[in-house]
Design a binder for this molecule. Structure first.
Ligand code: FAD
Length: 439
C-alpha cells in the first residue's frame, strides 16, 4: 500500500488528512506541537486558531460566505465542527476556539486511518505522497528543505504587502496609463497628485495609526523592507524620490510631469486587481482606507486587500506549483494552506481540502482535480498559481472571479450573480468529478 504523509496539523493539514482517511487510505500526520511551538501557537491542539475567533461572514453572497458555502459542498470537517461550537457574532461565524480545536484533535486522533506523529519534521518523511501544510510559521529546518525543493528564491519568509484595489473602482480620469520613460506596454496606471494633494496626503500619512510589531516580526525591518509611513518619516521629499516619484512620466492630460504619482500595477492576468506599488504598510486597516482614499483616483476605491508586513513563510506558487497544488518538479509532493500564498483561516483550510482530494486521486491513479475558476476556491488557486508578478498572499474576494457573461451595473447584484454562478459550477463539478471521493 502506498504511504501518505501530511506535515502540519493546522487548518489545512487537518482537512487534508481527514479527506484522505475518510476515502479509506492510511495517512501519517506529523505535528511538532506541543514539543515545539511556533511563535503564535499556544496549545497542543490541531487546527489551532491563533488570533481572531471569526471565520468571516455567513452570507453566501459575500466573498468569505461563498468560500464557506463551497467548502461545505466539499464536505469540510472544520466547518462541520465550527457550526457545532459557534458563538453569537451577528452575520459572522465565530467559534469557541478551544472546544473547536479540541474536537478536531479528537476526531483525527481517533480516526482508524490516521497515525499521529508528534514530532518536528526536519527532512521530508519516507512516503509516496507528501502534503506540506506547515503554515506561515514553518520551522526553520523544514524551511531549508522546502527551499531545496522550490529553489531558495521562491520561498519567502515574510510578506510586505501593499494594498490591492478592485480595478473597477478606480477613477481613471484622475491619472493615466504609462510606464516610466515610455518603456514597456503601458501596464501601470499612474494616479496623479498635485503639490497640494500630496501635502494633505503626506501629513495624514505621518499621523496614521500603526499596528504594533510582534517580537518575531521585528527582523523584517533589517531586510530593507520599509513601510511607506516609515519612509515618509525620513522627510517630506523621501517619497518623491521613492515610490511616488514622477520621473519618466508625462501626464497626457497636461503635457507635464506630475508633482507626484502612485503607480497601480496589475496583480492578475485578467487585470481585475491592481496593487499600489511600493505601498507596503503597517498602518491600521481603517487608517489605510482613510489615508489612501486621499489619492484622487482612489477616492471611491474598494480595497480587496489591505497592506501589512508579517512574518510569513510562503512559496511563489506561480513559479513552482500546478493548479492541482502539486509541485511541478515532483508531482507526488503537494502544498496546502497559507504556505501556498493564500491568506487566512478559511482559504488555508479550503486548499487543504483540495490537496487531500488530489492525494486521493493520485492514490487511485486518477487525474487530480482543478476546480473551475468561476468558484471562489478555484479562483483563489488560479490566482496563486498564475499571479502576474511576485505573489502577494491573497484571501477570498470577488475580483478573483472572471467577469459575468452579461454586464450588471449594480455592485451588490454583480457579486450575487457571481456567487450564484460559483455555487452552480461547484455543484456541477462535484457531480461530474467527485461523487465517489466525497462520501
Ligand atoms: P497553521 O494553521 O499555522 O498550521 C501549520 C501547522 O504546522 C502548525 O500546527 C505548526 O505547528 C506545524 N508545523 C510547522 N512546522 C512544522 C514542522 N517542521 N514539522 C511538523 N509540524 C510543523 N488568519 C485569519 O483568518 N484571521 C486572523 O485573525 C489571523 N491572525 C493571525 C495572527 C498571526 C500572528 C498569524 C501568524 C497568523 C494569523 N492568521 C489569521 C493566519 C492564519 O493563522 C493562517 O491563515 C492559518 O492558520 C493557516 O493555516 P495553515 O494550516 O496553513 O497553517
Amino acid at each position: 500500500m502506498k504511504k501518505v504523509a501530511v506535515i502540519g496539523a493546522g487548518l489545512a493539514g487537518s482537512e487534508a488528512s481527514y479527506k484522505i482517511a475518510q476515502a479509506g487510505f492510511k495517512v501519517s500526520l506529523f505535528e511538532m506541537r506541543p514539543n515545539k511551538l511556533t511563535p503564535a501557537h499556544k496549545t497542543p491542539y490541531f487546527a489551532e486558531i491563533v488570533c481572531s475567533n471569526s471565520f468571516g461572514s455567513f452570507d453566501q453572497y459575500s466573498a468569505s460566505g461563498l468560500l464557506k458555502k463551497e467548502m461545505e459542498m466539499l464536505d469540510s470537517l472544520l466547518l462541520k465542527v465550527a457550526y457545532k461550537y459557534k458563538v453569537p457574532a451577528g452575520q459572522a461565524l465565530a467559534i469557541d476556539r478551544e472546544k473547536f480545536s479540541k474536537e478536531i484533535t479528537e476526531i483525527l486522533e481517533n480516526h482508524p486511518n490516521i497515525k499521529i506523529y508528534r514530532e518536528e519534521v526536519k527532512n521530508l518523511p519516507d512516503a509516496d505522497i507528501i502534503i506540506i501544510a506547515t503554515g506561515p510559521l514553518t520551522s526553520e529546518d523544514l524551511s531549508l528543505q522546502i527551499q531545496k525543493l522550490t529553489g531558495s528564491e521562491y520561498l519567502y519568509f515574510y510578506d510586505a504587502i501593499a494594498p490591492v484595489v478592485d480595478a473597477e473602482t478606480v477613477d481613471y480620469s484622475k491619472g493615466f496609463w504609462a510606464d516610466r520613460y515610455s518603456k514597456g506596454t503601458g501596464d501601470y496606471f499612474n494616479c496623479v497628485l498635485t503639490e497640494e494633494e500630496y501635502e494633505i496626503f503626506y501629513n495624514e500619512l505621518l499621523k496614521g495609526e500603526q499596528v504594533p510589531l510582534k517580537d518575531f516580526e521585528r527582523a523584517v525591518y533589517f531586510e530593507g523592507c520599509l513601510p511607506i509611513e516609515e519612509m515618509a518619516r525620513r522627510g517630506k521629499e523621501t517619497l518623491l524620490y521613492g515610490p511616488m516619484k514622477p520621473v519618466g512620466l508625462i501626464d497626457p492630460n497636461t503635457g507635464k510631469r506630475p508633482f507626484a504619482v502612485v503607480q497601480l500595477r496589475k496583480e492578475n492576468i485578467e487585470g481585475s486587481l491592481l496593487s499600489l506599488v511600493g505601498f507596503q504598510t503597517k498602518l491600521k486597516y481603517n487608517e489605510q482606507k482613510r489615508i489612501f482614499r486621499l489619492i484622487p483616483a482612489l477616492k471611491d476605491a474598494e480595497f480587496v486587500k489591505l497592506g501589512s508586513i508579517h512574518r510569513n513563510t510562503f512559496i511563489q506558487s506561480q513559479k513552482v506549483l500546478l493548479p492541482t497544488l502539486q509541485l511541478k518538479s515532483n508531482l507526488n509532493i503537494l502544498f496546502a494552506g497559507q504556505i501556498t500564498g493564500v491568506e487566512g483561516y478559511m482559504p488555508s483550510a479550503a486548499t487543504g481540502i483540495i490537496a487531500g482530494i488530489n492525494a486521493v486521486k493520485l492514490l487511485k491513479n486518477e487525474n487530480p482535480i482543478i476546480l473551475p475558476k468561476t468558484t471562489m476556491i478555484g479562483g483563489l488557486i488560479n490566482y496563486i498559481t498564475t499571479a502576474k508578478n511576485e505573489l502577494q498572499p491573497m484571501g477570498a474576494n470577488f475580483a478573483l472571479l472572471p467577469e459575468l457573461d452579461k454586464k450588471i451595473k449594480n455592485k451588490e447584484e454583480r457579486k450575487k450573480a457571481k456567487a450564484q454562478r460559483a455555487i452552480q459550477d461547484m455543484e456541477d463539478f462535484i457531480k461530474q468529478n467527485l461523487i465517489d471521493t466525497l462520501q
